[in-house]
Design a protein around this ligand. Structure first.
Ligand code: SF4
Length: 419
């Protein structure tokens, strides 16, 4: 998974690196392994890239002068981005997957097209000719042009925002605009892009589109304060919690959402079921996302660091834990062991705000293959026993489809993919 952000000021007196930096900070949850920021001052591109969190890797990038910038955060290292110097200087950052090229080939083609003097909408169209994939892309040239594109059918988000009349900004999620004081203008239509320079700002149709968005964005990927393709993420999560309460009434004393992503589900459940909602855990250190941590040891340590239980919430209580999704079940197993063995919970029921993850994601989200997904391998009873829960249930896939007012990809929940 990745988050991308970019900014272009229409007045060369602006320095935009700081805006792109804070946008990337707001997108940190979309990738915690690598971060990059490329800045153009109209003559050349300077950049900072490195492994780690935005505020570890990129602070020095905020000192780079220039009025156009693009950057990204990635949950894998190396991240999906490229910089090419010859025959002209360009950089490309991507969220998603290219099927028939790699980021370096895309950057090399852009460098070639620039050396031939192409610009405007023609540049974007020529760049993307024949390139297939499920991706969102930002590209930057040394002369300070910014290209943005969301491939059809729109499985990876990308949005346009504005900062008064001074700046055009792009980001994977609207919360990145909120933190820099910009306004969300629109979600890019899949198959369309923008060419932005100080002289021209043009929307360009590259390919026809039949919009199908990623359902997992609304469950896990996106921040709850984001609005993606017109849908408020928090609202959907609370509605899912309410639906879970109707489908799975539980005789419990307390409802808790864990991890933080799952809190809106728990609030919705508790509201609907008229149960006591409590804060259950306090995070230590950074909010590392364990489901997308690459290595087993890091996942275990990540769980311990981020989830310290509040004892009074659970002591002598029958608890309902609501999680957003289950990959390997390791986080839940660790949490439930702690609640029962150390904190004195009487019992723990579990509900999951997503349908069962049963298949990989071929579009750049780190959902592993079926043989590593616990819900693809075991029955509900077996999983409950393995994690130490009294019961475990999931949101049925058809319920999620009904709730989202958009055509959605459900590939990792059903094994049926739109591309
Ligand atoms: S397979 Fe899952 S994670 Fe991948 S795009 Fe589809 S819904 Fe999103």
């Amino acid at each position: 998974m990745a988050g991308v952000a970019g900014a272009l000021a229409f007045d060369p007196a602006w320095s935009v690196a700081r805006f792109a930096y804070y946008s990337l900070l707001a997108l940190q949850h979309r990738g915690q392994e690598e971060a990059c920021l490329y800045v153009s001052d109209g003559e050349r591109i300077e950049w900072v890239c490195g492994k780690g969190f935005v505020d570890e890797v990129l602070p020095q990038a905020t000192k780079l002068g220039g009025w156009a910038a693009i950057g990204g955060v990635w949950s894998t290292s190396p991240g999906y981005h490229a910089y090419v110097e010859e025959p002209s200087e360009v950089a490309v950052v991507l969220d998603g997957r290219l099927f028939n090229a790699d980021p370096r080939e895309v950057a090399a083609r852009l460098a070639e097209l620039k050396s031939q003097g192409l610009e405007g909408g023609e540049l974007l169209k020529e760049l993307l000719k024949g390139i297939k994939g499920a991706f969102s892309m930002l590209a930057l040239t040394a002369s300070g042009e910014l290209l943005a594109y969301r491939s059809p059918p729109g499985l990876r988000p990308l949005q346009l925002g504005g900062f008064g009349f001074d700046m055009a900004v792009f980001a994977s999620e609207s919360s990145a605009f909120d933190v820099i004081g910009a306004d969300l203008k629109k979600d890019l239509d899949p198959g369309k892009g923008f060419y932005a320079s100080q002289l021209l700002f043009e929307e360009v149709e590259v390919a026809p589109s039949n919009k199908v968005v990623c359902a997992f964005e609304y469950i896990y990927n996106a921040r709850p304060d984001s609005v993606i393709d017109g849908v408020e993420v928090y609202q959907i999560r609370e509605e899912i919690g309410k639906r879970l309460a109707q489908l799975y009434p539980k005789d419990v004393d307390v409802v808790v959402g864990v991890p933080e992503t799952a809190i809106p589900f728990a609030i919705g459940y508790a509201k609907e079921a008229k149960k006591d909602y409590r804060l259950g855990f306090v995070a230590t250190g950074r909010k590392a996302r364990t489901a997308i941590k690459p290595d087993l040891m890091e996942r275990v340590v990540g769980v311990q660091l981020k989830l310290n239980p509040i004892r009074s919430t659970f002591r002598r209580k029958r608890a309902l834990i609501i999680d957003d999704s289950v990959v390997r079940g390791l986080t839940l197993k660790t949490v439930i062991q702690t609640l029962k063995n150390k904190v004195g919970a009487v019992s723990v029921d579990v509900l999951i705000g997503s349908p069962k993850l049963v298949s990989h994601c071929p579009y750049g989200v780190e959902v592993p293959p079926a043989d590593q997904l616990i819900a693809a391998q075991m029955s509900n009873e077996e999983i409950a026993k393995y994690i130490g829960a009294k019961s475990i249930d999931w949101l049925p896939p058809e319920e999620l489809e009904k709730m989202l007012p958009l055509k959605v990809c459900m590939g990792c929940f059903t094994g049926r993919y739109p591309l």
